[in-house]
Design a protein around this ligand. Sequence first.
Ligand SMILES: NC(=O)C1=CN([C@@H]2O[C@H](COP(=O)(O)OP(=O)(O)OC[C@H]3O[C@@H](n4cnc5c(N)ncnc54)[C@H](O)[C@@H]3O)[C@@H](O)[C@H]2O)C=CC1
Ligand SMILES: O=C(O)[C@@H]1CCC=N1
Length: 268
Amino acid sequence: MEKTIGFIGCGNMGKAMVRGFIESAIALPQGIIVSTQRETTRENIKETFGVRVAEKNQEVAKESDILFFAVKPYAYETVMKESRSALKDDALIIGLAAGVTIDKMKEYLGQERKIVKIMPNTPVAVSEGVIAVSFSDSLTSEERREVTELLSVMGKVSVIDEKHMDVITGIAGSSPAYVYMFIEAMADAAVKNGLPRKEAYDISAQAVLGAAKMVLETGIHPGMLKDMVTSPGGTTIEAVAVLEEKGLRHAVISAVDACVDKSRKMSE
Ligand SMILES: NC(=O)C1=CN([C@@H]2O[C@H](COP(=O)(O)OP(=O)(O)OC[C@H]3O[C@@H](n4cnc5c(N)ncnc54)[C@H](O)[C@@H]3O)[C@@H](O)[C@H]2O)C=CC1
Ligand SMILES: O=C(O)[C@@H]1CCC=N1
């Protein structure tokens, strides 16, 4: 892509996206410019990805055609207000913070800006992310197509009504953390039973990847896929019975609910 992609703030999520863009080859490192608060982070990003870095957020704002704000939610107001005078007229502004709505971003940047709200997750770094997208009215259909195409290199893009963003945060933005906990716990159990650590992580992670792929590629209901693993009088049903007794499903529902609730409160 010819256009310059900017990142103001580049921590866990920003770096995952920079990696996703570079690995997919949609952008050359010189086509990406990044500013972060700390110089050591900036230097580390420059060294790791070969992208351009800037000390001041305004330098990034001045150069970017597509600009991601990848700072924490509480920093949006300050960072957007200090950058807005430097923005290009037609810049596409992409916000990805939990709880920072398009309306809030308009308040910080001005009504006329072309603003996109997204909720990505960190697997964008390996092109297997989920990226939910909502557009402000000011974007043309061509601009919407351009943003969707750009984000698609990092995973599955779903254009959604912004009112669903908090739910998507619960099942996609935040959910890699729950899945990593599940993988870690399975691996711990394997280690407890004598398997070396590396094999325990590799095999647990591949089992999760494969199971997810079965849901997506076969279209078979997850309950049916579970039944296909569960032989009568066999091993799996023993584990399933323990998971039911310990309340796995209820724990997951309550956890996602708590996450969605927090995101809604942050959006108020
Ligand atoms: N980490 C995740 O999995 C996801 C995060 N998000 C959103 O992404 C945003 C960033 O989250 P993380 O990357 O996890 O946080 P982080 O703390 O890892 O990164 C924040 C970055 O912002 C920079 N920063 C802070 N103040 C700044 C300023 N005044 N000027 C320039 N840079 C500044 C920091 O130097 C750092 O590079 C948040 O708004 C979060 O809601 C959204 C989806 C998933
Ligand atoms: O924990 C958070 O607030 C951010 C938003 C989604 C994932 N991480």
